[in-house]
Design a protein around this ligand. Structure first.
Ligand code: HAM
Length: 419
């Protein structure tokens, strides 16, 4: 084979694909129950959107973007995340006009040129939720609740919810100055990367896995919050406590994207190793203004689909295996193939799955395919059956067989699918 998939990407098919589809459909159903509706934005955007939103000093912008020029020399980037595109779409389509809170969700591929390892890919998928238009801490609580419900849906054991406040334009700049002052004296102890970025955005040091020792010597943002941020953080915690949501405060949690203000949170999985964040998010009240859209408060999170699928509890996986397909047609005489194809088509239109073996292989092989564990019935169409205008329907669980006339076959299988 001359070609291989690009490093850090995956091919999805077969059982794994079925698990993805089922998980996606259950997750989006749950999120819609909270009143969120889907938004689809382009896979690529103007590069500047991400530079402005995610931040010039962030790893994503400095190292990880898939950026290219189009034929007119415009710089475009495959989306490394989807919060900035959603805000861009919100502003561009004047979705603020009707007022109130706009609740959106999305699901799709994101692209980051990072070193691939377990749980980290160059093309990965996020399911994300954004609530735009309210400053109230109750919507922060709703967002955290949505994120946790996603894992409750799949009966995850207790997960580690980390919560912090990263301040706002009133308190964050002065905290950064304090931090820069402290870092002057600790520069020698920083890794090369952090030495370079310490003065661009000193908060990034809290994200660095190589600078753990320095992190613990630094002042923390929660000791430097302004009154408004402190109030917001306090109220959020009251609501979460009232909802009996367990979380721990983590003053070192700053998140890798520059747009965050006030609330920041992550959900960690104890068994995921180095890439242990199942999902992360926070408030980004300044992003709309950075995009030229004035003040629009907002909060959201995104969850990595690969990390979710890789950690799905056993119990859920076995439930999935039970989700059966209905009919597998084994064709040993194709003289009435057009009629069979029509019956199968009408079944599918009634919401029942039907697969016709069109390979022409022998009965043994066709029946082996029918008995892969996912079908309820094998429908055998051989010369004898055709002669009688019938098909033999075999219940693959009980092994019982019945002859059904072709004109009743569709309703027999559709009824059987309901049992
Ligand atoms: P993020 O923390 O960069 O946030 O990504 C969110 C989640 O996406 C991570 O917790 C992880 O599960 C998954 N993820 C990130 N990078 C990779 C990768 N290379 N391979 C596999 N999974 C990955 C954001 O993207 C923000 N837009 C979240 C947000 C929404 N904030 C507000 N609204």
């Amino acid at each position: 084979m001359k070609f291989k998939r690009p490093r850090g990407t995956n091919d999805l098919f077969g059982d794994r694909m079925s698990i993805w589809q089922q998980a996606e459909s259950e997750l989006t159903g749950l999120i819609r129950n909270y009143g969120y509706s889907e938004i689809r934005t382009p896979i690529f955007e103007m590069t500047d959107l991400f530079v402005r939103a995610v931040g010039e000093g962030s790893d994503i912008v400095t190292k990880e973007m898939y950026t290219f020029e189009d034929k007119k020399g415009r710089s475009l980037t495959l989306r490394p995340e989807n919060t900035a595109p959603v805000m861009r779409a919100f502003l561009e389509n004047s979705l603020h006009r009707t007022g109130g809170i706009k609740r959106f969700y999305y699901l799709g591929p994101m692209f980051r040129y990072d070193r691939p390892q377990a749980g980290r890919y160059r093309q990965f998928h996020q399911i994300g939720v954004e609530a735009i238009g309210s400053e109230d801490p109750s919507i922060d609580a709703e967002i955290i609740d949505v994120s946790l419900s996603m894992y409750k849906l799949f009966r995850y054991p207790r997960l580690d919810v980390r919560l912090n406040s990263v301040g706002c334009p009133k308190c964050l700049p002065s905290f950064k100055e304090v931090l820069k002052g402290e870092l002057e004296g600790l520069k020698e102890e920083l890794c090369g990367n952090c030495q370079d970025r310490a003065m661009i955005n000193p908060l990034r040091i809290f994200d660095c896995k190589s600078c753990d020792d320095v992190k613990h010597k630094l002042p923390v943002i929660t000791d430097h919050l302004c009154g408004e941020c402190r109030d917001h953080f306090g109220k959020l915690q009251e609501i979460l406590d009232g909802m009996k949501i367990d979380y721990s405060l983590d003053p070192l949690l700053v998140r890798g994207l520059d747009y965050y203000t006030k609330t920041a949170f992550e959900i960690l999985h104890p068994e995921l190793g180095a890439q242990n964040a199942l999902c992360g998010g926070g408030r980004y009240d300044g992003l709309a203004d950075d995009c030229g859209g004035g003040f629009v408060p907002a909060i959201g999170f995104s969850a990595g689909m690969e990390r979710l699928i890789e950690t799905l509890p056993e119990e859920y996986m076995s439930n999935l295996a039970a989700a059966a397909k209905v009919a597998y047609f084994a064709i040993l005489d194709d003289s009435m193939i057009a009629e069979i194809m029509l019956i199968a088509r009408e079944m599918r239109l009634e919401g029942v799955s039907a697969v016709i073996d069109l390979s022409g292989r022998n009965i043994k092989k066709q029946m082996r395919a029918a008995s892969d564990g996912s079908f309820k019935y094998a429908v055998i169409v051989g010369p004898e059956e055709i002669g009688r205008q019938e098909a033999t329907v075999k219940d693959l669980q009980s092994g019982e067989q019945e002859s059904i006339s072709l004109d009743k076959l569709q309703s027999y299988l559709v009824e059987g699918a309901k049992e």
